[in-house]
Ligand binder design. Structure first.
Ligand SMILES: [Zn+2]
Length: 216
């Protein structure tokens, strides 16, 4: 447990691509670990938004390292990891899951490839909350859900492009959550934040550093 810190607030570490580790009160969960390294963490739950390799690559490492941990994911992802079926919980649009002090709320958000089910998530622990859209071209369902911090993808095609992301955020109730850029691949996340701030001068936009805690 030496990787966990004992501060009282929720700490959010960026793992690269769309991967995040959330820690609070000595407990930790992981969202969308994309490779072995990002799955090689101590924790209790791994949540995956959809079944593409850049979102599920760390599942085996995480579940093998943490024999008591559970996989929470939609049925397509669960079908790819049947060997862990005895510790898999199925996430469905509109559903919730609770694990200790962690509360998960599932919100389907349409993937750019329509056959692929992508279910975004809002994770709450006490007063704090973190939203993760997965790979999606629409943020409908998140626009009226209160969340402190929201991770948004900007690659385009399978997700919103930078312009589409800003267009989706214009539909949100204000003030906007703190925005964290993710899944940028060849896009420029700093230029995305500059564009966002030109539209929403009061917004906060973070370009996360791989391996580091978000400066919230
Ligand atoms: Zn992806």
């Amino acid at each position: 447990m030496d990787e966990l810190e004992s501060k009282s607030g929720m700490e959010i570490r960026y793992l690269g691509q769309s991967g995040f580790q959330l820690s609070k009160g000595g407990s930790s969960i992981v969202i969308d670990p994309f490779d072995r390294k990002s799955g090689d963490l101590v924790g209790e739950v791994v949540y995956c938004t959809h079944g593409h390799p850049d979102h599920v690559g760390g599942i085996p490492t995480f579940l093998d390292r943490n024999p008591g941990a559970v996989l929470v994911a939609n049925e397509q992802v669960a079908g790819q990891f049947k060997r862990y079926s005895d510790r898999t919980m199925i996430a469905q649009d509109g559903g919730t899951y609770r694990h200790g002090d962690w509360e998960f709320q599932f919100i389907e958000a349409r993937h750019g490839f329509l056959r692929d089910i992508n279910i975004g998530v809002v994770v709450r622990n006490g007063e704090e909350s973190f939203g993760h859209l997965g790979d999606t071209i629409t943020y409908e369902g998140f626009s009226s859900t209160k969340v402190d911090t929201l991770a948004v993808p900007i690659t385009g095609v399978v997700t919103t492009s930078p312009s589409q992301a800003i267009g989706e955020l214009k539909k949100f109730e204000k003030p906007l959550p703190t925005i964290v850029v993710m899944h940028w691949v060849f896009r420029n996340p700093k230029s995305f934040c500059r564009r966002l701030l030109s539209e929403f001068p009061d917004a906060k936009c973070i370009v996360p550093e791989k391996g580091e805690l978000l400066p919230l």
